[in-house]
Design a protein around this ligand. Structure first.
Ligand SMILES: [Zn+2]
Ligand SMILES: [Zn+2]
Length: 302
């Protein structure tokens, strides 16, 4: 181990404590070629290359919207001095139509204008923002949660309540690799369950094995789907009794997901698998679901 404590730049400007650059220090992108992990920097050089640069980058952050200048010039509020752009991460639904990457930031003016701009809102890939007031949805309160279900809810309220509580329980146990893209499979599964009940007038299948076979026979793409979910509950760390219970809850999860209003599901770029993985806490899971575009909202009922 080297004990020398001189600044890598070793100049007459050097002053203050010497700090070693570790992996934990975020080197500003503009200085990545100059500052390397393992270097030792005095306070002066640390400020120059790290602290001040991070600050400058923040100040110079601009709106990435391709029409920012155009919108800005049309805006009544032409306070050009205002540096405060109110930048926010570009909404997922706008990434592809604006040709931005997901780390890009746009200002609130541009976000609002985009939804009114026929150059964008007439595009096939365009997804409208989800209005917070949806009157045409089937809103149901279960416990502390408010859900928006498909207009044609498939199950009785009793069944839904059971599905919901099973769903809340199983979701806390699920860990799913985000390599598995579940959103498409959930869509396919939903239409199968819909057809079974509405068109073929079949009864709800509560038996996990029967349920799995039914899905796999209905659509070859769903072979292994239920198993993926089951593996996500880490069955080898649990007792047989728990595993059997979890399997039943997974059936509920499937029926529950199929019943949630999914008219926005086509616009979902986010992977539901990722959602399932990250929504360990049941309270936040509904908000997460809402954030990725399903029309679901949660509010606390006193
Ligand atoms: Zn120095
Ligand atoms: Zn802008």
């Amino acid at each position: 181990m080297s004990t020398e404590s001189t600044c890598t730049f070793n100049s007459t400007d050097c002053k203050g404590v010497i700090r070693q650059i570790t992996n934990n220090i975020k080197i500003p992108i503009t200085n990545k070629e100059i500052i390397l992990v393992g270097m030792k920097l005095c306070q002066t050089h640390f400020n120059k290359f790290i602290t001040n640069e991070v600050h400058n980058l923040k100040l110079n952050e601009t709106c990435s919207h391709p029409k920012h200048d155009e919108y800005k010039s049309q805006s009544k509020n032409t306070n050009k001095k205002s540096k405060n752009l109110n930048l926010e991460k570009v909404p997922k639904r706008l990434i592809s139509i604006l040709n931005l990457d997901e780390t890009a930031k746009i200002c609130s003016l541009c976000r609002k204008r985009t939804d009114k701009d026929p150059d964008y809102n007439k595009l096939e890939e365009y997804n409208a923002p989800i209005s917070k007031k949806e009157n045409d949805d089937n809103i149901l309160n279960i416990g502390n949660h408010t859900y928006s279900f498909r207009k044609d809810v498939l199950y009785s309220e009793e069944e839904l309540k059971q599905f919901e509580s099973d769903y809340q329980e199983i979701i806390t146990q699920l860990t799913i690799s985000n390599e598995i893209s579940l959103s498409n499979k959930i869509k396919k599964m939903s239409s199968i369950l819909y057809k079974n009940q509405r068109v073929l007038k079949q009864k709800t299948i509560y038996d996990p094995d029967e349920f799995e076979i039914m899905l796999e026979e209905a659509d070859a793409d769903l072979i292994g789907f239920f198993d993926e979910l089951y593996k996500g509950t880490n069955p080898n760390t649990k007792s047989e009794k728990t595993n059997n219970n979890n399997k039943k809850k997974l059936v509920s999860l499937c029926y529950f997901l199929a019943s949630i209003n999914n008219k926005y599901i086509n616009g979902i770029k986010a992977d539901i698998g990722l959602y399932l993985e990250t929504s360990g806490a049941s309270a936040s899971s509904i908000d997460t679901l809402a954030n990725i575009g399903l029309s679901v909202s949660r509010r606390t009922v006193n």
